[in-house]
Design a protein around this ligand. Sequence first.
Ligand code: AMP
Ligand code: MG
Length: 418
Amino acid sequence: MRTGITLAEARRLVLDDAAPLPAERMPAEGALGRVLAEPVASPRTLPPADVSAMDGYALRAEDVAGASGEGPVALPVAFEVRAGGGAPRRLGPGEAARIFTGAPVPDGADTVVRQEDTEAAEGRVAVRVAPPRGEHVRPAGEDVREGDVVLPPGTRLGPPQLGMLASLGRTRVAVHRRPRVAILSGGDELVEPDARDLSGGRIVSSNGIALAAQCREAGAEAVDLGIARDTPQDLERAVRAGLFADLLVSSAGVSVGDHDHVRPVLEKLGCHLVFWGVRIKPGYPVVFGRFEGAGPRVFGLPGNPVSAMVTFEQLVRPLLLRLAGHAHLHRPILEARLGETLTKAAGRMHLVRVVLEREAEGFVARPTGTQSSGVLRSMTLAHGLLVFPAEAERLDAGAAVRVQLLDPDVLAPPEAGF
Ligand code: AMP
Ligand code: MG
């Protein structure tokens, strides 16, 4: 087991041998946010035929080559073609067909003139423009050609991709399975959120709720196993209950206290511990392990609510995204100016909870207040985590800093701006 490693090493150890979970087939309409596990090739050409992009008249461009506002060219209207319909026959030279948006352009025609550029009367249409050949015609295959791989494996399915699947006639797709996470909270002091008696040092367990929400936000399924007592027996019972999952995330009990039983219990059950201790603040006492064979990967996160959430962000979330097949595993980084001078001792990277404010020259990052890892409120305020590098001891007000963005809404302007 490695101890006291950097965040970058820990991330590498977590992600290095993690591959996307196997595929499952599901209805495409329910696959929002999933990642494709197969290439999707088109069985058809779209649009299947040349179609009109306008309401107007289909004709041959050469028949109205000399037309203008002063000298319109009149053509007989031979027939009408509606969206969803077809032409009764080929359009002859010197003829026009009434046509509507989305209707197939009849054979013999090569161009559509907008209704606004014409005048119709008594079975004839006077055309006031000389359009270039092909105007207002959407050619067959403009969107997709039969056999095109339209969506490669690894594509994240958002609204446009679901729309595309529908237009290809794909009602079922193979996507990576969503990771299943079992969440466990450990501590004799913990009570459920509906408890009213907080005497005797009882503390409401918030980690189970917050960590499950983080899992779900990352597209995983979360099962809250509840609270385990600080005894090896109860912890063992709870860990066994989580062995079905892809990932077991427990919080608290991973320090070096007399009642921190997580590590020995995991080892007793056959979990290979990969590392313990990551040189970041908040969140040093993190353990990561793996059950050989079919068992889950395991994280033992620190109990302090901020440490639990911050270490989840750094190590658990990227793993969940990788397991679900995503290509982008990390939060965006925003460059900002530091609003006030920060100091610390060298040795551990600090992830400083900051509020971001848009000012004339860009974003300014200011700490949310006390950086104690028990202050959950700071997480409700933080837009991001400022990266205060391990060996740095001082960052001056005004310095350029990097902020890992937790709340992308902070980038949203107050007005649309265009
Ligand atoms: P531990 O990691 O067990 O030393 O716990 C560190 C701190 O986190 C203690 O103050 C615990 O009371 C607190 N804590 C542990 N688990 C939870 C939880 N599920 N919800 C909120 N606070 C917790
Ligand atoms: Mg504890």
